[in-house]
Design a protein around this ligand. Structure first.
Ligand SMILES: [Zn+2]
Length: 324
């Protein structure tokens, strides 16, 4: 057993239960929100809506979500703290940077070149994990970074290496965003390996966006977990393909290396809210329980394999943390 940090304090890894490994409560563009607040609307209503949705998820048997909202996605922990206080669901919050190409300009003159001093990034991540985020005392339980279509750009590489260093200093796991069709998970594994990361502590995210079983097998053979974590985003890959891929990987014996999630949110600035139900009608926190699990069972996936993907693998990912 290990202690895992959540928005309501630390819990034993054995208490995580059924865990969705890649979700968001809110994805926000904070500048838009401050200057054009109409779409976000009433703060109290948004908070109440999130509490209701998370409580519904808990009532359906989910015990924990990992909220991978970091810098670049509008992380604001005081609001998460308020929500966490009114739901029994555990919310694990993350530290890291979300970008596909470049860092915010804030970081350009703050390391890591010798003249600019040590890299601020790793220091920030470690502080979020060991001391807490801003003045909230909420500690991050996981590290997050991205490698999308543009690949390992100089700034993305700087982030990946800072994430790796913060991981090695604190022992918290790493979860990533990738562009799966371009096999970006392999680029991440290369950089992490160079930095001495144990790849079994890494979840290569959005791996469920591809049907390329060979690619998934290589990621797993290299040691990592793969995130089949965008159920409901059927515009990127249809439902049937997502289900068939997970079932095929289970058949090949990889249920012990997959985790399931939606990458959903209660509110997401990236997409016009009114159009969303028509574009992605099943993209919500309950899709896995309502539709995916029954479909996987029909494809021959066993209760034991489902338990691995939803309970045991998440617990193992958070265990074996070094103490700090
Ligand atoms: Zn995400």
């Amino acid at each position: 057993m290990s202690k895992v940090q959540t928005a309501r304090g630390s819990v034993d890894s054995s208490q995580l239960g059924t865990t969705l490994m890649h979700e968001h409560v809110f994805v926000l563009d904070l500048e838009i929100q401050h200057n054009y607040p109409e779409e976000w609307g009433n703060e109290g209503k948004r908070v109440a809506d999130a509490i209701a949705r998370l409580n519904e998820l808990k009532s359906r048997g989910v015990d924990t979500i990992v909220d991978l909202t970091v810098i670049g996605l509008g992380r604001y922990i005081p609001r998460i703290l308020r929500i966490a206080g009114q739901t029994q669901l555990h919310i694990i919050v993350a530290t890291g940077i979300y970008t596909y190409r470049t860092l915010p300009l804030y970081f350009h003159f703050r390391g890591p070149a010798p003249a600019k001093g040590p890299d601020l990034l790793a220091e920030m991540f470690v502080r979020d994990i060991t001391e807490g985020i801003a003045d909230t005392s909420v500690k991050a339980g996981i590290l997050k970074c991205c490698t999308d279509e543009p690949g390992v750009t100089p700034d993305v590489e700087r982030i990946l290496r800072a994430i790796a260093r913060a991981h090695r200093l604190t022992g918290v796991p790493i979860s990533t965003h990738t562009h799966a069709p371009l096999r970006r998970g392999l680029d991440q594994q290369r950089v992490f390996r160079e930095e001495g990361v144990d790849l079994s502590r890494v979840v290569i995210g959005h791996s469920g966006d591809t049907t390329d079983l060979g690619y998934l097998e290589v990621l797993i053979r290299n040691g990592s977990y793969v995130g089949m974590d965008r159920f409901g985003i059927d515009t990127i890959l249809p439902f049937e393909d997502r289900v068939n891929t997970v079932a095929a990987m289970c058949e090949r014996g990889y249920a012990n290396k997959m985790v399931l999630s939606h990458d959903a949110a209660c509110f997401n600035h990236w997409l016009p809210e009114r159009a969303l139900p028509a574009i992605l009608p099943r993209w919500n926190y309950l899709h896995i329980h309502d539709d995916v699990i029954p479909a996987l069972k029909r494809k021959g996936v066993s209760e034991e394999q489902l338990r691995m993907m939803l309970v045991e693998n998440p617990r193992k990912i958070f265990e074996e943390q070094s103490t700090y």
